[in-house]
Design a protein around this ligand. Structure first.
Ligand SMILES: Cc1cc2nc3c(=O)[nH]c(=O)nc-3n(C[C@H](O)[C@H](O)[C@H](O)COP(=O)(O)O)c2cc1C
Length: 234
């Protein structure tokens, strides 16, 4: 049996571009962020960070970085969803620490996090090792199934994929709580990065304007591509 609550949240989530001024209660925000933290991520490395922008001056600068889009200007809350390529070692160590605290680790778990993850995430000075790793994977793949050992650009894609899943989970959780959101990638990435004080290996994945929709919040009825453009059987 389908879960009515889940499908209702999926179907009623819309991009909202005009919000009521009502604030988002702290406990709602916490529940939604905790739901987002359960999203799947590559190697479970959870490369995300949700930056809740509260300071009025930072908020004005963030609105400007979001090109003063209406959702940013009208939402009671603005969140930057950040993707980190620079936290893999810390997070890998945390995974190992938790595994070890639970008792003897499986050999495959230990080998995966101690050996394979560093190989994937290490791209050498200026990322120069990356193209070699990628080229080597491509060559080997001519002879047998081979994973991509990843260049810097591949790692960036990987981290953004996982972060976007957390952002999607967050938006659906908000909807389940009766709140709305607008995901925004229309922003100035350099200004956004400087504003949030992000290190080199981090960048904004998307901004999320959050609040309750006004009656002008949804700009048009949904437009869906034909089903057979989206689904194929092989
Ligand atoms: C990654 C991403 C970036 C987006 N960026 C913007 C944006 O900058 N401004 C905006 O108004 N809408 C933005 N949208 C919203 C899309 O236009 C919207 O999801 C799409 O039109 C489908 O409408 P719906 O979300 O109401 O189903 C973005 C959506 C996604 C997923």
């Amino acid at each position: 049996m389908p879960e009515a609550g889940f499908y209702e949240a999926v179907e009623t989530r819309r991009t909202v571009r005009d919000f009521l001024p009502d604030p988002v209660p702290g406990e709602v925000l916490e529940r939604c962020i905790d739901a987002a933290r359960l999203a799947p991520s590559s190697s479970n490395l959870q490369p995300w960070e949700f930056v809740v922008i509260r300071d009025p001056r930072a908020r004005a600068a963030a609105n400007a970085a979001c090109l003063d889009q209406l959702p940013a200007k009208t939402a009671p809350l603005l969140i930057a969803v950040v993707t980190h390529r620079d936290t893999w070692r810390r997070n890998r160590n945390e995974i190992l620490r938790v595994f070890e605290s639970r008792g003897p680790m499986r050999r495959s778990q230990a080998a995966y996090y101690r050996k394979i993850v560093p190989v994937v995430y290490t791209t050498g000075p200026f990322g120069l090792l990356g193209p070699l790793k990628r080229g080597f994977s491509r060559l080997l793949s001519l002879f047998r199934p081979t994973p991509n050992f990843m260049s810097r650009a591949d790692i960036r894609v990987m981290a953004h994929k996982s972060t976007a899943l957390a952002a999607a989970t967050f938006m659906l959780a908000l909807r389940a709580e009766g709140y709305d959101s607008c995901p925004m990638e229309g922003f100035d990435p350099w200004r956004a990065k400087a504003l949030l004080g992000l290190p080199r290996g981090a960048e904004v994945n998307m901004f999320l304007a959050v609040g309750k929709r006004s009656d002008k919040g949804v700009w048009w009825d949904r437009v869906l591509m034909p089903r057979d453009w989206a689904v194929r059987e092989l």
